[in-house]
Design a binder for this molecule. Structure first.
Ligand code: ATP
Length: 234
């Protein structure tokens, strides 16, 4: 389980996230909803180590305190982040991108890890030597997810994975996230696509002006009138 306590993110005087507590269990999808500028990306970056944690904040993975672990080592503790914009190495091939996802692991079982990825994303096997720059948006998102999964994470952090994808490709992406969750991976998902993400999520948090103002099961959030009006168009 990923446990985040008292997370705040400041940019100079500006407080982007204030005293947030978040939990994600293995095998569940948790979505963070919020308007533009609510602080969703800042929160995810701080959880993933891309923005330093405030000294009063705590981060544990499966009970191990990783609050002070440097970002490049968090992956060894089971945390993988797919940033907004995917973070692919677009000049490189699919295979090269995937292998970079396992850079911190032993090289002995590289092929076994690749096989696990191809089970999830058969299309990547077909496109193994294709340069990532030449792939469609949906395929590039699969490469990013595949690269993150190469580290066999306990928890996957995803920042707006559906951004810029056509509706039919979004649907496929959300189906893939459910398959990843079934591999006993916890997914913390930041999304503007509230309806589709709540439909696959177990639970969610609502972030408003840097503060968590609501949390609950997806059904509870769906039924919350204020959330419906603001984020679901109901
Ligand atoms: P969006 O969905 O539009 O990306 P968000 O909910 O992810 O929004 P953040 O990107 O986390 O929100 O931004 C939260 C606030 O922090 C915004 O007011 C933003 O301008 C500010 N902010 C984000 N990054 C920085 C930065 N590097 N320096 C200064 N302010 C920043």
């Amino acid at each position: 389980m990923l446990e985040i306590r008292n997370l705040s993110v400041r940019y100079g005087q500006h407080v982007a996230v204030s005293h947030a507590d978040i939990n994600v269990l293995r095998g569940e999808i948790v979505v963070v909803l919020g308007a533009n500028g609510a602080g969703k990306s800042s929160m995810l970056k701080a959880i993933g180590g891309m923005v330093p944690l405030d000294s009063r904040a705590g981060r544990t993975i499966d009970g191990v305190d990783v609050s002070d672990i440097p970002p490049h080592s968090l992956v060894k503790h089971g945390l993988a982040l797919v940033p907004e914009g995917r973070g692919n190495f677009v000049e490189l091939s699919v295979r090269e991108n995937l292998l970079l996802g396992a850079y911190s692991q032993s090289r002995d079982d590289e092929e076994a890890r690749l096989t696990e990825i191809f089970d999830l994303f058969p299309r990547l096997r077909e496109r193994l030597h294709q340069q990532v720059r030449t792939m469609s948006g949906g395929e590039q998102q699969m490469v990013a997810l595949g690269r993150a999964m190469m580290s066999r994470p306990a928890i996957l952090l995803l920042d707006e994975p559906s951004l810029g994808l056509a509706p039919v490709v979004c649907k496929e992406l959300f189906r893939l996230l459910v398959r990843i969750k079934k591999k006993n991976v916890g997914i913390l998902l930041v999304e503007q696509n509230a309806r589709q993400s709540l439909a696959i999520a177990n639970r969610g948090y609502l972030l408003e002006n840097g503060k968590i103002t609501a949390s609950g099961t997806s059904a509870e959030l769906f039924e919350d009138g204020a959330i419906g009006r603001a984020y679901l168009g109901t």
